[in-house]
Design a protein around this ligand. Structure first.
Ligand SMILES: O=P(O)(O)OC[C@H]1O[C@H](O)[C@H](O)[C@@H](O)[C@@H]1O
Length: 534
């Protein structure tokens, strides 16, 4: 089940908007895959993107095969499942396995240290799921090549250990079948960020050991409830709270506060940012914690949505907040539905991602003719400083941070993009809270290149009021990508430089810091942020 409680301005939005959605039959029409709901221009795309409405029913047919394969792999001594995939091809399995307490090694990076860690951690006992809808994502292809080489080096036939999830007919589908890999095809009428309950969510999670039947059953029940054109429909209520506040609170803070679900905000970030952040509009999702500084700032543009463990009386819900209680299968379906409705309310096609490609193209351009990175403006405390988008970075790290933050306006936000090893360097996340405390504005933190497939769409296509802090390191150990003319280190460098260039083209300021020694660099950065605070 799911329960959505709201007070203050969020309750007002629900009361004002939901009756209109009900009288327009929005719920029944979405669940009947009516592609006209988002306007004529969006109709062609919507027509091939509504398969998620029936995903739980379709997914039943593969569950037995997934369980049989899991048992067979176990008999062959496989005790560890790794997953190579970006954005919608890895975010849902990460939440599912973490919530069910099952181990899954998620490789959603090109950072050499993170790739090496995934390869070295018991390759003899590992099976790899390679997930990509399009079958052409550069990161995923590079990760697959690295694993194939590592399996061969360990004397293992990759065909015994690689399982592929992709859309029928994709380049990966063809290559995998030719190589004799086990392939699960997914429904091509479902977009990546809507694929949690398709083979993309179910195959890696099921192979890792999650009882996926429970999850799919919950989602099936949710899909029945979402059909109802009724004021109690939880998807309509959530949509109204997301996109109907007046004036619009366009920063959506998702706060795990008692829920059993682990990491839901990271999944919801992609769903919300890629679906709504375009045409200079949209909702900026923020994965917060109960003690995040933003929550004590009374920000007039922040809508707080708490994921709680059990329903409370309305008078216990903080003014203007929304509280959601529900199991994971319900949550996936209800949020997918709510974001599709929010797109209609905002006048946005929720099913395309027009600005993701620009950063990919810029990175590809840099890789075609690999050059040394441009010279830094200056180096301070072992940190190389580069600044794009026309601001004065001064002569020290503290000056550079000041220069960046001076561009922040009273509706703006800060984005930290850490192209670092998120498993090895988790301490960099503390910068989020420090910056939020310093600026009194929302701060979003993303690991690169993972965020390029998530909030990256919003940063380039949404409301243009972000300022951007990029963090990079010089890899201690680099790694070749088999049969490619560039290394993982060069790839991640090109991805960061490509994204910075596209942001600067959109007139957004980008401070890019390359840390020669990550630990010392972090200390310098912390001092620079805190120094001006006091
Ligand atoms: O599954 P793939 O085709 O490899 O795509 C992975 C990701 O790529 C792009 O960034 C899309 O914008 C995402 O929506 C998608 O989830």
């Amino acid at each position: 089940m799911i329960n959505i409680a709201a007070t203050g301005h969020a309750a007002e939005a629900i009361e004002r908007i939901v009756p209109q959605l009900v009288s327009d039959d929005v719920a029944g029409r979405i669940m009947a895959q009516d592609a006209t709901l988002w306007g004529a221009e969006a109709e062609e795309e919507s027509g091939k993107r509504l398969g998620w409405t029936e995903a739980p029913a379709v997914t039943w047919s593969i569950i037995d095969d997934v369980i049989a394969l899991r048992d067979r792999l176990r008999e062959q001594g496989v005790t560890r499942i790794a997953l190579a995939g970006m954005g919608g091809s890895s975010l849902a399995p990460e939440v599912i396995t973490a919530t069910y307490g099952v181990e899954l090694t998620v490789l959603d990076s090109t950072e050499p240290g993170q790739v090496l860690r995934a390869l070295r951690d018991g390759i003899e006992q590992t099976a790899l799921v390679v997930s990509s809808k399009s079958g052409s994502t550069l990161e995923t292809d590079s990760q697959k090549r690295a694993f194939e080489a590592a399996f061969r080096e360990a004397g293992i036939d990759p065909a015994d250990r690689i399982v592929v999830v992709t859309d029928p007919g994709s380049p990966l589908d063809e290559a995998a079948r030719a190589a004799g890999y086990r392939v699960f095809n997914a429904d091509p009428n479902v977009g990546g960020r809507y694929s949690a309950l398709t083979a993309f969510g179910i195959v890696p999670s099921g192979l890792a050991g999650v009882d996926v039947r429970d999850l799919v059953n919950e989602a099936l029940a949710a899909s029945q409830a979402l059909r109802e054109d009724d004021a109690r429909n939880p998807g309509l209520r959530l949509a109204a709270a997301l996109a109907g506040t007046r004036p619009l609170r366009d920063k959506i803070g998702i706060v795990p506060d008692g829920t059993h679900i682990v990491g839901f905000g990271d999944w919801a970030e992609q769903l919300i940012a890629e679906s709504t952040g375009k045409a200079g509009k949209g909702l900026l999702p923020l994965a917060l914690q109960p003690d995040s500084p933003e929550l004590s700032e009374s920000l007039s543009d922040l809508q707080v949505i708490r994921l709680v463990g059990s329903p409370r009386d309305l008078d216990e819900v903080a003014d203007g907040e929304v509280e959601v209680v529900g199991t994971l299968g319900w949550q996936f379906m209800v949020w997918e539905f709510a974001v599709a409705v929010a797109g209609r309310m905002l006048g946005i096609n929720p099913f395309d991602q027009p600005d993701v490609e620009s950063a990919k193209a810029a990175a590809r351009g840099l890789l075609d003719a690999i050059q040394e990175p441009s010279a830094p403006l200056f180096t301070d405390g072992g940190i190389e400083v580069r600044a794009l988008g026309g601001f004065d970075a001064g002569a020290s790290i503290a000056d550079a941070v000041d220069g960046l933050l001076s561009n922040l306006d009273d509706q703006g936000y800060v984005a930290v993009h850490a192209y670092l090893d998120r498993i090895g360097d988790p301490e960099f996340e503390q910068l989020r809270d420090m910056l939020a405390t310093r600026v009194g504005r929302p701060v979003t933190f993303g690991w690169g290149p993972r965020f390029l497939h998530s909030t990256g769409q919003y940063h380039k296509g949404g409301v243009p009021n972000g300022v951007f802090l990029q963090l990079l390191s010089k890899p201690e150990e680099d790694l070749a990508i088999p049969d490619r003319p560039f290394t993982f280190g060069q790839l991640i460098g090109a991805q960061a430089a490509g994204d910075a260039a596209v942001l600067a083209e959109h007139s957004r300021p980008v401070l890019s810091l390359t840390l020669t020694d990550p630990a010392a660099g972090l200390a310098t950065l912390v001092a620079a942020i805190e120094q001006r605070q006091s």
